[in-house]
Design a protein around this ligand. Structure first.
Ligand SMILES: Cc1cc2nc3c(=O)[nH]c(=O)nc-3n(C[C@H](O)[C@H](O)[C@H](O)COP(=O)(O)O)c2cc1C
Length: 227
């Protein structure tokens, strides 16, 4: 389930004139000036993600994740988006970190993907729910022993006296758990269900293309926006 992006969890079809980067008069190959021919932004996201996996030097699934306190003070950081399906855009983190605490008190988030080489951006926003423990266990134990231990010994986002303290903690933990690394209860998975998705493509002279999808009772509606 969490084996990566290729062929996992979702399918897509080519959005003619978007995924293909078809040129139009006055525009360079791959630049803006296109129409969308899909009503399914998740499918389109899958297409763009696959192209990003081919074009970006690393971590095409890296995404800026914005959360906020209950009274609306925002914060943002990068995470790795590990799965996209009907539940939403999923990532894993420490529930006691700053972002974890903010999701607890205000379970909404926004994400922004930026693929530099493709000159594309995707923004997504919606409510956040936790993944079932079984899914989190599966993902946690699919990672290397060192990654599991690193997650287990980190009191993410809280003050740390020194690098030595962290490394001593890791060494002690490794001795105490020579075989299976138990998933710490605070290591969780979260999924943000997409209510709004905006696809942005770079254009010449600031004439970028923007397509906003909004989820409604009858499915998605799509609207072109001024750049
Ligand atoms: C490319 C990249 C990917 C990252 N992926 C994750 C991730 O998947 N989960 C995570 O907890 N932190 C990840 N981090 C670290 C976070 O950006 C952040 O430092 C950490 O989660 C603490 O954030 P917080 O204090 O806002 O909760 C990543 C950082 C980078 C630069």
């Amino acid at each position: 389930m969490f084996a990566g992006f290729k062929g996992v969890g979702w399918t897509f079809r080519l959005a003619r004139g978007v995924g293909c980067g078809l040129a139009r008069d006055g525009y360079a190959q791959g630049m803006a000036g296109h129409e969308l021919d899909t009503n399914d932004p998740i499918e389109l996201f899958g297409e763009w993600m696959r192209e990003a996996e081919r074009s970006e030097p690393n971590d095409a699934n890296a995404v800026a994740l914005a959360t906020a306190t209950a009274d609306g003070v925002p914060s943002v950081r990068m995470v790795l988006m590990k799965q996209v399906d009907a539940k939403g855009f999923c990532f894993f983190t420490n529930a006691e970190s700053e972002k974890g605490m903010q999701i607890l008190e205000n379970p909404r988030a926004a994400m922004c993907f930026h693929w530099k080489t493709l000159r594309r951006q995707v923004r997504v926003a919606g409510p956040v729910v936790e993944l079932p423990a079984a899914n989190v266990d599966e993902y946690f134990h699919s990672r290397s022993r060192r990654s599991q231990m690193g997650a287990a010994v980190s009191e993410q986002s809280r003050p740390l006296g020194s690098r030595e303290e962290l490394e001593a903690r890791l060494a002690r933990f490794s001795e105490e758990h020579p075989d299976v690394v138990p998933r710490p209860e605070y290591w969780r998975g979260y999924c943000m269900r997409a209510e709004r998705m905006e696809f942005w493509m770079d254009g010449m002279d600031r004439l970028h293309d923007r397509f906003l999808f909004v989820a409604g009772a009858d499915g998605w509606t799509m609207q072109r926006l001024y750049p």
